[in-house]
Ligand binder design. Sequence first.
Ligand code: DP6
Length: 327
Amino acid sequence: MAVGTAHAQAHPNIALIKYWGNRDERLRLPANSSLSFNLSGLQTTTQVTWIEDKSGDSLILNGREARTDELSRVIRHLDMLRSHLGIRGYAHVESGNNFPTGTGIASSASAFAALTAAATSAAGLHLDERTLTTLARLGSGSAARSIPAGFVEWHASDAHEDSYAESIAPADHWTLIDVIAIVSTSHKAVGSTAGHASAATSDLQNARVAGAERRLTQCRSAVLTRDFAALAEVVEEDSNLMHAVMMTSRPPLFYWLPATLAIMAAVRRWRTEGLQVCYTLDAGPNIHCICGPEAAAEVRNRLQSISGVVDIRSAPPGGGVTIERLA
Ligand code: DP6
């Protein structure tokens, strides 16, 4: 017997101050607070139906039966929701992205934000935004930041209830554009979850975490005052620090390709020429060029002529998760 169906949509987000490493792996309590904005136009759409007399959870991903590893991560999340919220039965989940997965555009963020929102709504629950962010966080840390709208801060804490995300400014506060230079579409070799687990093996992680609060304060203030020059400095510093930790972890994680480094150098040069652009990279080789409102078209043009760039996507800040209960 079906007990409820709901549909949710969430955007991925790009972190300006990064989450890398957990103080508690099981609860995904991050080593430091982080700050991001949602990426409009890129989205995960997920439908969940809870069925009481079903024999297990099922998952259709981008129109095909999910792989075992994909299904087991979703089952772990559904188990957590069942036990936290007293939901009975099994879920049928259908989910799709309108952007490539595993390439540095964080698909797990929008995936677990949409899954959490659809699954709880399908079970007839109306959770407040803060609670939704904590539950999404248990599936994928950065998913907490895809629930609220616009520019979002996720607070580090030692307690599950206090490690939540909240909007610090709406999407239309500042029309930054994330121009994403895709230099590889192959699935990354080491995913974020394994990367977080190895962060503490780098001698640099403690130093990165110790300075994270200072960088977050600088970044928040640059966002709130729309100060691009201040934003650029702190965003690049924070991304470089995370990649320094990655490269010095045991075993080391090198995500950059030759084209990645070429674009990072070009972006810094373009900024000295007066273009409002800076770079940030997640756990992958693709480069997120964060542009001021007037610079995006020119940055896109210039990226097109760099060898190794196979695709370019552009995304302005986007809204939060949307939920529709169908039955
Ligand atoms: C480099 O949230 O994908 O994109 O919690 O294991 O799912 P899990 O990790 P995830 O990590 C994101 C790491 C990052 C930086 C960031 O988005 O803050």
